[in-house]
Write a new protein. Structure first.
Length: 108
């Protein structure tokens, strides 16, 4: 896998430590946790709508917005993206994760 998420997280941490003029990331950190969480919520909803709409480029764009805002959220809470990637790596050791479910649960 390439290092794009880790590189982006590094830039976000730089902005957190050293606010920069005209930086959207610095603006988010100065606005605080509630603003960051509001953006995560908005971008999540926009990603869901994009997935429903079926336009692949819209879905790529909205998913990118969401991932960026999730990384800002992690940085604000002091959690490294490496911890998330390590957790995903750990999970990749296990396959067959489907738990038994009732017939009525299949659509939701
Ligand atoms: N990946 C991103 C990224 N994705 C989305 N965005 C910003 O997220 C915002 C999302 O758009 P919206 O319309 O929802 O929000 P808005 O109206 O601009 O802002 P709000 O008033 O809602 O807060 C846009 O302003 C985008 O520019 C990003 N801003 C920065 N980055 C990365 O962060 C790096 C540092 O950017 P700066 O902090 O701006 O220097 C960049 O080089 C990029 O790699």
């Amino acid at each position: 896998m390439n290092d794009t998420l880790q590189d982006l997280y590094r830039v976000i941490r730089l902005r957190q430590e050293t606010p920069a003029e005209g930086s959207y990331t610095s603006y988010l950190f100065s606005a605080g946790l509630d603003k960051i969480l509001k953006k995560v919520g908005e971008e999540s909803a926009e990603t869901i709508i994009a997935a429903k709409n079926g336009d692949p480029s819209e879905l790529v764009s909205e998913t990118s917005d969401l991932l960026y805002h999730l990384l800002v959220m992690l940085a604000q809470r002091g959690v490294s993206v490496d911890e998330v990637l390590a957790e995903l790596d750990r999970r990749s050791q296990k396959i067959g994760n489907l738990k038994p479910r009732r017939e009525t649960d299949r659509e939701s």
